[in-house]
Ligand binder design. Structure first.
Ligand code: BDR
Ligand code: CA
Length: 357
């Protein structure tokens, strides 16, 4: 499959696995806005919504951004060992809040997501950075098929987990890990003993919840896109109000993020949206500063109360080698400047493209 743009200037190759998802959508659009990024493929995991809906969302977003020829493949439609739970309450009936995207023209790939991971990474050793912003089901299955994936990848960035920090799904568990704790356990086990530069960078809730999108960020996005009217998403507006922006990408993101802000308000977090996955995308391409801390991570899969809880041993108390680099600090202001300027430029281009281009 040939991508319609970006191939020549690309210096970073990303293979992305998502459960799109409002913040996954923002992460995807951000990567599409980066001229140095080549998206090798997008694989889809069930999580926020079912895997097929995730794929349709990704295809529609690619088309909205004027891109075709990027493969979108479905993998596991259920977690490894437990029943699938989805969260339309958090991400809207289709997973993208109030945004309504046109049915995509491009088809879902005939390849299984696990084949995509194994074949692409084997074919491009040391070149591909993996970015996973959904449950780890597909990647765990890919590791069963090719245990050398951690060495063959250039790197891996995961959004998931929370360490000694309140969960967003159970009191101790984060959503992506909670949906498929057995997959997360297998993935962390597969990284034990690897060199430090190969260990996954783990963007967990303690730092991703700092990436708090507010109405002013959407106003700035509208400005960066050159939209003639200010993009106003405000707490006093009626719930479900839709964007009137003449810029289709701004309107889509605004309608998606309004839903996410209303959801966060419902849970007493204020009229904000934690855009976890967008931070992970910025981190994966190295365009926002962050620090990490080495840890040995394991995931609870047996206890009824604690299932999905991620535990980090920062002190070597288990006597096991580290298997993760957990993000310990980040810079929300820098991250939003990067997201807004980069996505704003893409939106400007999308808004000025002739219809059907
Ligand atoms: C994660 O869960 C999902 O709802 C979001 O898309 C993000 O990947 C945050 O816990
Ligand atoms: Ca996600």
């Amino acid at each position: 499959m040939r991508d319609s743009a970006g191939a020549h200037a690309a210096t970073q190759t990303i293979l992305m696995d998502v459960d799109t998802g409002i913040d996954d959508a923002l992460a995807l659009v951000y990567l599409l806005s980066r001229p140095e990024v080549r998206l090798q493929a997008i694989t889809c995991t069930a999580g926020n919504v079912g895997a097929r809906q995730v794929a349709l969302n990704n295809l529609a977003l690619l088309e909205l951004c004027g891109r075709n020829g990027i493969e979108v493949a479905i993998g596991a439609e259920v977690p490894l060992e437990i029943p699938l739970v989805t969260t339309e309450e958090t991400h809207g009936p289709q997973g993208i809040g109030y945004a309504e995207l046109q049915a995509p023209a491009q088809q879902i790939s005939a390849r299984h997501a696990v084949d995509v991971w194994v074949d692409e990474v084997r074919a491009h050793p040391g070149q591909i950075t993996g970015l996973i912003t959904g449950p780890l089901t597909n990647f765990a299955l890919a590791l069963r098929r090719e245990p050398e994936l951690p060495r063959l990848l250039k790197g891996l960035v995961i959004m998931g987990g929370c360490f000694y920090y309140q969960g967003n799904t159970t009191p101790t568990a984060e959503w992506n890990t909670s949906v498929d704790p057995h997959a997360a356990k297998e993935v962390f086990a597969a990284y034990r003993g690897l060199p430090e530069d190969k260990l996954p960078i783990v963007c967990s809730l303690e730092t991703t919840e700092r990436i708090e999108m507010r109405p002013e960020h959407l106003r700035c996005l509208g400005e960066a896109a050159g939209a003639p009217e200010p993009e106003l998403v405000l707490p006093e507006q009626p719930e479900g109000q839709r964007s009137t922006s003449g810029n289709p990408l701004v309107a889509c993101l605004s309608d998606a993020l309004r839903f996410y802000m209303e959801f966060h308000r419902l849970y007493d977090q204020g009229y904000v949206a934690h855009v976890h996955d967008a931070f992970a995308a910025c981190a994966a391409v190295g365009r926002t500063p962050f620090t990490t801390r080495l840890a040995t991570v394991d995931v609870e899969t047996d206890s009824t109360v604690l299932i999905g809880t991620t535990v980090a041993d920062y002190r070597g108390l288990w006597g096991l080698p580290p298997n993760a680099r957990i993000v310990s600090d980040n810079n929300p202001g820098h991250c939003f400047d990067e997201l807004i300027s980069s996505i704003g430029s893409l939106a400007r281009a999308v808004g000025s493209a002739p219809p059907g281009a």
